[in-house]
Design a protein around this ligand. Structure first.
Ligand code: 5CA
Ligand code: ZN
Length: 402
């Protein structure tokens, strides 16, 4: 897929000894240096293109944007891959309900997402692959799993046999009852007759009347399952193993558990899982199914995208919080104060404290609120610090253009 235009990233002096960038690993629940090597490989699960881009999406992608900025500043090469789930049940259901062709809905919403990401100055992925584009690779992978005895057929559908992966369940570490409940809630089909185990996830869904379907070679006509799509797109974009798989907290189980399990069988899957807290609005998680959404594109009509970015940055990426309209007033005032400080005659000097503080905060589990407070303190008394360096640090590390 065509990705979006990359924002400029201001140049910063190389840190003498970069601090290791630590993030919370959802499996061990410990802070870990997720990408210790010279190259950092990231897969962040992409959107299902309808009702895009709401602030919850933006908040999650912002977390992985910060992670990349921290890695880049530490001198690493960053390789980022993402997907677009441009064929899946919820997208098809929405298209049917609104009488729109599912392909048009996906194209239009993907384009809106591109524009939103550009305006929010998010670093684009190097490879951005649609589910539809990945079908041939998914078919080959599923054929391989069948041949290895790690998958089985139920009528025209194909399911993963989770007993083929002794490490299944280790990503989230949930007990059986929790796994079953979340699987049922988040797109799984535990009740399906003929499955060896209720949790076994679909790898390939045979053609149904009225549903889009593709040639699946020996699998028969159909369309890919959700988890295998991400396993294959991540594998093909990054190679296996890679460093971090990320998304919102709702993806920990089953999606990341299952896609990691598939990747284990496709070539090995040690990776750190990083999850952003879910953003709520009007008393519930902001979600397409509830319809309690605040759209980035709507806000952009009247608000500087940098203020939207700052509003999200004022909450730690793991926090679960509720959007209230006052968030934007605070962010706008903050942005104005920073810009005024930069333009003020007192803003002169050679100090590097803001840069050091931003680097320290991001390396410590992407602590954006602490970073913002450091810039606030500078804005209240800008004397002594190098203003060009402050602006460059805010740009390169926080992605905010002053
Ligand atoms: N296409 C799949 C992933 S392969 C998907 O989950 N798409 S999505 O459009 O539903 O969500 C895109 C990303 O935004 C996911 O990482 C998801 O966890 C995250 N997300 C969705 N709702 C929220 C929310 N309310 N707060 C924070 N992040 C959210
Ligand atoms: Zn995914």
């Amino acid at each position: 897929m065509r990705t979006w235009t990359a924002p400029d990233v201001a140049a910063l002096p190389r840190p003498a000894s970069p601090a290791p960038v630590r993030v919370l690993d959802s499996t061990s629940r410990e802070l870990v240096e997720a990408a210790p090597g010279a190259t950092a490989r990231l897969y962040a699960c992409g959107i299902t293109p309808y009702d895009a881009t709401h602030l919850g999406h933006a908040n999650t992608y912002l977390a992985f944007d910060l992670l990349q900025r921290a890695w880049l500043d530490a001198g690493k090469e960053v390789v980022y891959t993402s997907n677009v789930t441009d064929v899946d049940d919820p997208l098809l259901e929405r298209a049917t309900a609104t009488g729109v062709d599912w392909r048009e809905l996906a194209l239009e919403q993907t384009e809106l997402f591109r524009t939103d990401m550009t305006e929010l100055r998010m670093l684009p992925p190097a490879t951005w692959t649609g589910a539809v584009e990945s079908i041939a690779a998914v078919v080959t992978a599923v054929e391989g799993l069948l041949a290895a005895g790690a998958a089985y057929r139920v009528d025209g559908d194909i399911y993963a046999d989770l007993t083929a992966d002794p490490d299944f369940g280790r990503v989230a570490g949930f007990d059986d009852a929790t796994m079953l409940a979340l699987f049922a809630e988040r797109g799984g089909d535990p009740e399906r007759d003929g499955k060896k185990h209720p949790l076994d996830p679909a790898l390939w869904r045979g053609e149904r009347p009225g549903d889009p379907a593709w040639d699946g070679g020996t699998l028969g006509r159909g369309r890919p399952g959700w988890h295998i799509e991400c396993s294959v797109i991540a594998r093909d974009g990054l190679g296996l193993p890679f460093d971090v798989q990320g998304g919102g907290a709702d993806l920990l189980f089953p999606h990341h558990e299952m896609s990691t399990s598939h990747d284990r069988l496709l070539g090995g899957a040690p990776r750190v899982h990083v999850h952003a807290g879910l953003l709520g609005y009007q008393g519930a998680k902001m979600s397409k199914s509830r319809g309690n959404l605040v759209f980035v594109s709507r806000l952009r009509e009247t608000v500087d995208p940098m203020a939207i970015r700052l509003a999200l940055l004022s909450h730690h990426y793991r926090e679960e919080w509720e959007w209230v309209d006052g968030e934007l007033d605070t962010a706008r005032a903050r942005l104005a104060a920073w810009r005024a400080a930069l333009a003020s005659p007192e803003a002169a000097g050679a100090g590097t404290r803001v840069l050091d503080a931003l680097r320290g905060a991001l390396a410590d589990d992407l602590d954006a609120p602490t970073a913002l407070r450091a810039v606030d303190a500078w804005a209240a008394d800008p004397a002594g610090e190098d203003p060009a360096l402050v602006a460059a640090a805010v740009d390169a590390l926080l992605g905010v253009a002053l």
